[in-house]
Design a protein around this ligand. Structure first.
Ligand SMILES: [Ca+2]
Ligand SMILES: [Ca+2]
Length: 133
């Protein structure tokens, strides 16, 4: 519950940070707000030692949990994913790297490509994720 409250606050702050964009766009979530939410969420959930970045161990712990059942943790898949995400190859995922990943996800979710995620687009993406599980 505490995490949720923090998240809402973070999203609200991010939304305030882009007033010009928010005014000209229809109701929905902008890329900046989405990135802040996603990166914040990942760090809040996975950053076990709270150093503001994700180590490979922290990242793998998440993958192990997710891989329970369904597709299984195929060796090599995590490595490739990590390689794509750790852009500067320092062995950690920084907030910037998490935000870059969020930006890619945003593009996939933004079905009409207008740079704003409507709740319908978010729900559609969530539905797809559920169907894939
Ligand atoms: Ca890195
Ligand atoms: Ca959209």
């Amino acid at each position: 519950m505490k995490t949720f409250t923090t998240l809402v606050a973070a999203t609200a702050i991010a939304a305030c940070a882009v007033p010009a964009l928010a005014q000209t766009k229809p109701a929905g979530q902008t890329l900046a707000a989405f990135q802040a939410e996603r990166a914040g969420q990942m760090l809040a959930k996975l950053d076990a030692n709270k150093d503001g970045k994700l180590s490979k161990t922290e990242f793998e712990a998440m993958r192990q949990k997710k891989a329970d059942g369904a597709q299984g943790a195929k060796a090599g898949r995590g490595e490739r994913l990590w390689g794509r995400m750790d852009a500067d190859k320092d062995g950690f995922l920084s907030r910037a790297e998490l935000e870059a990943m969020a930006a890619k996800r945003f593009k996939r979710m933004d079905a009409d490509g207008d740079g704003v995620l409507t709740s319908a687009e978010r729900q559609a993406a969530a539905g797809k994720a559920k169907a894939a599980m």
